[in-house]
Design a protein around this ligand. Structure first.
Ligand code: BGC
Length: 810
């Protein structure tokens, strides 16, 4: 321990007080020992520091900051140097705003395209996500403050995120859901990790000793701080035992008292608490250093805006370019159509909302460019309502253009934290407009704004398709630079675009049932599935076009690396992303057809050739063996594949690798789906064989009274009539708000009320309601209205009295 001298001077109560927040964003201070508050702020693609009213839902405004493209966007750059730069710019802004811990990056895997928060995550591949995340973390932490990689772990859906139990086998957990975190912790050296809301195999992640202690601390050597997601603490003492230093936000001292009591009762030793205090103090003192002396409280807004533009330019993906319709030449007559051109969709919704320092707008920028712009029409209503007049106006304008630039996408209420999408389609009114426009002018270039994969049955109606994702405050200019050829697009998809949602591997098991979600598809998410099961896709993982072309040659595999040559054989200077995949030729231990093990991005002038190398590392050949409970290497021949995407392999060599001779972990005949990669319909018994146990009951037990971890939604079958009425009121308000077009407010009801467990009433109200008062509420819910009300009021009086005493004493 580093800070024994200070810790020895603390009372037990003081130590416990450091284990939870002082308010919504700050940690506790102990002035007499020189311990100040730390400020934690979202993240991840810009600072969201709230100076006044606080919330974690994106409701109240924050201090202006640069809004960089979201993680799903920057992931397409496949550029770790860029990640580091963005991290460094965000870190500088965090310092200027006196933020000690930046709550990001978010690196959960894109198990399913419908997860509402995919826009905030990098990839469907753990290696890719881990590498980019590590670079962000290094950039952020280069300023002396802390990043906070989140949400640890298996938080792959928003539906019932605070209670859902993720049922996943150990190998899948390690290879798919933890590897990105492993890289972020070991290579990125993240000083802080945020535990997720959900349960993992029956236990809240924050209390899960296997996850938090055995893997995070013992295996990965993490010696930083674990912070709960906001309101995500369930049993504070169990969390502390698992090594959770900081509960956020404040519980007004309630859980500090639980810690003190647990020590008196001998449930946890004071030494164990001291270790947590020591780690928290380390975070305090190391991040505080940067605020000593003179600190720059401002930053160069224009310079940071330029960096946001650079990030967007490197991340835009050109998906289609029929007849080389792009880049547009100077005298092309352009009509701009679509609401997203005027009101850009440039970031996500929820806790990551940034209040941008400025915001580029396509319609302003277009006027500055050397193209002939003949006008703009909105074309459709943003929230899906059909509008014939808007459509007709758009068609009239399109008739007179050489090329139509059509700005379409998903709106902010569809893709948001707290809820998953219900389908992968674009709104019907936008698709209808596209069809109508195609009738009058087939030269359509579509600019897409959304943070996750969508179905594109309409793709043959467009000649050009530029995917801007959620490209941040400078995205509009970046996109126009690509469209006009000032920037040669170089982004490649970090997630697969399936033909239809039905083709996705978790289709039958997303978002799970009432209590749990079973990851029956195992290792086979994203391209790992489509490649193994031979399912056609719209756009494969790693795909993206350029205005130039590249040729690959001369593969040379040694023990430590693969080298090869890339040549720019086209007319434009541009960058290519080369990807290393491996394929095991053995059929003894099942593996996906291909796994990404490295990548590199090279910029080449026309005619230029360069030899590049991608090194092998500890992850290249490993797999997790559930018998030996360790990472092992299977002795086998491995294909070393260099691709321009996961589906387009340009070079191949084979290497014989001597393995670790671990025991065979599986009986092949018992796991046919996994050995064939055909996992879309795995039967329960086969999944249980993989899991090594029975799956838990997945439906609510309606016979039991409701408790702390049951959700408000379960009031629908509560014994108390008032609770059932409250449930009806909530569902009616949700329906009504949607009906009158208040979709974002309706979402908030789902996010912050409907799916919230009862304990959230105490954990999220900063001391307004405490756990004994919650007991009263639960009595009412469970059919003892008056008894519950009396209990509630009695406990409230007690709480107010003790608060007054505290005020009196201080
Ligand atoms: C989100 C976190 C975020 C926190 C604080 C939670 O709802 O899941 O990602 O950092 O709020 O705003």
């Amino acid at each position: 321990m580093k800070y024994t001298e200070i810790i020895d001077k603390m009372t037990l109560e003081e130590k416990a007080s450091l284990m939870s927040g002082k308010d919504f964003w700050q940690t506790e201070n102990i002035d007499r020992l020189g311990i100040n508050n730390m400020f934690l702020a979202d993240g991840p693609h810009g600072i969201r520091k709230q100076a006044e009213a606080a919330d974690h839902l994106g409701l109240n405004e924050s201090i202006p900051a640069t809004c960089f493209p979201t993680a799903a966007t920057v992931a397409n750059s496949w550029n770790t140097e860029l990640g580091k730069e963005i991290g460094s710019f965000i870190g500088a802004e965090a310092v200027a705003q006196k933020v000690n811990v930046l709550l990001g990056p978010g690196i959960n895997m894109k198990r399913d395209p419908l997860c509402g928060r995919n826009f905030e995550y990098f990839s469907e591949d753990p290696y890719h996500a881990g590498k980019i995340a590590a670079s962000y973390i290094q950039g952020i932490q280069s300023h002396g403050i802390s990043a906070c990689v989140k949400h640890f772990a298996v938080n792959n859906q928003e539906e019932r995120r605070m209670t859902i139990d993720t049922v996943v086998d150990e190998r899948t957990l390690r290879e798919i859901y933890l590897t990105a975190f492993e890289i972020a912790v070991k290579e990125g050296q993240s000083k802080t990790v945020m535990s997720s809301y959900n349960r993992l195999n029956g236990e809240y992640t924050n209390e899960n000793i296997h996850l938090m202690q055995e893997i995070l601390r013992d295996e990965w050597g993490f010696d930083g701080v674990v912070v709960t997601d906001w309101g995500g603490s369930n049993d504070r003492v169990a969390g502390l035992i698992a090594g959770n230093e900081l509960e956020m936000p404040t519980t007004a001292g309630e859980t500090d008292k639980e810690i003190v009591k647990a020590i008196y009762d001998g449930i946890i030793s004071e030494d164990a608490l001291n270790v947590c205090v020591d780690r928290l103090l380390d975070l305090h003192f190391t991040t505080e250093k940067v605020f000593e002396g003179e600190v720059k409280t401002s930053f160069d807004i224009e310079k940071h805006h330029q960096q946001a533009q650079k990030a967007a330019e490197e991340s835009i993906v050109l998906l289609k370019n029929e007849d080389n319709i792009l880049p547009l030449s100077k005298d092309t007559k352009i009509a701009t159509i679509g609401d997203f051109a005027k009101n850009p969709r440039y970031q996500g919704a929820g806790s990551s909302i940034v209040n941008p320092t400025k915001l580029d707008n396509t319609l302003d920028i277009i006027e500055e460019l050397p193209i002939t712009h003949i006008g703009y029409e909105q074309g459709f209503e943003r929230y899906g309502k059909r509008n014939k007049k808007m459509m007709n106006n758009a068609c009239q304008l399109a008739e007179n253009a050489d090329v139509v630039l059509l700005y379409i996408g998903l709106d902010e209420a569809t893709e948001a934290e707290g809820l998953d999408r219900s389908n992968m389609r674009l709104p019907e009114n936008q698709v209808e407009l596209l069809h109508e426009l195609h009738q009058v002018n087939p030269n359509i270039v579509t600019i897409l704004s959304c943070g996750s994969a969508i179905e594109m049955p309409w793709i043959d109606k467009v000649k050009g398709l530029v995917h801007g994702y959620l490209s941040g405050q400078a995205g509009a200019r970046a996109i126009m630079n690509v469209v006009t050829g000032q920037v040669n697009p170089s982004g490649k998809l970090a997630e697969t675009y399936p033909l239809t949602y039905k083709d996705t591997p978790a289709y039958q098991h997303f978002p799970g049932k009432e209590v749990s979600v079973e990851y029956r598809e195992g290792l086979f998410i994203g391209y790992r599935y489509y490649d193994s099961a031979k399912v056609d896709v719209r756009f494969p993982f790693g795909y993206g076009l350029s205005y130039t072309e590249f040729e690959y040659s001369d593969i040379d595999v040694t023990d430590n690396q693969v080298a090869f040559t890339i040549k720019n054989v086209g007319d434009y200077a541009g960058a290519e992303i080369a990807q290393l995949y491996i394929h095991s030729q053995s059929d003894q231990i099942f593996r996906p057809e291909k796994e990404l093990k490295g990548f590199t991005k090279v910029f080449l002038q026309p005619g230029e050739a360069r030899q590049v190398t991608i090194p092998f590392d500890d992850k290249t050949f490993r797999y997790f063996n559930v018998q030996s409970n360790k990472w092992e290497i299977e002795s086998a021949s491995y294909d070393i594949l260099i691709g321009t995407s996961s589906a387009d392999i340009k070079l191949k060599d084979t290497k014989l690798i001597k393995g670790t001779d671990a025991p065979q972990p599986y009986h092949k005949a018992e796991l046919p789906s996994y050995y064939h990669g055909k996992v879309a319909d795995v039967k329960q018994s086969e999944f249980e064989t993989l899991l090594g146990r029975k799956v838990p009951e997945s439906s609510w037990d309606r016979s039991k009274p409701l408790g702390y971890n049951d959700t408000i939604a379960q009031c629908q079958y509560a014994k108390g009539m008032v609770a059932r009425l409250a449930f009806r009121l909530i569902t009616f308000s949700h329906w009504f708000l949607r009906k009158i077009g208040k979709r974002e407010t309706a979402n908030l009801i789902m996010m912050s009320v409907y799916h919230m467990p009862f304990r959230g009433i105490a954990r999220m109200t900063g001391g307004v309601v405490n756990m004994p008062m919650l007991d009263g509420i639960l009595k009412m819910v469970n059919g003892h209205f008056f008894k519950g009300l009396r209990h509630f009021l009695r406990e409230r009086r007690k709480m107010l009295k003790s608060q007054q005493q505290v005020v009196g004493n201080s």
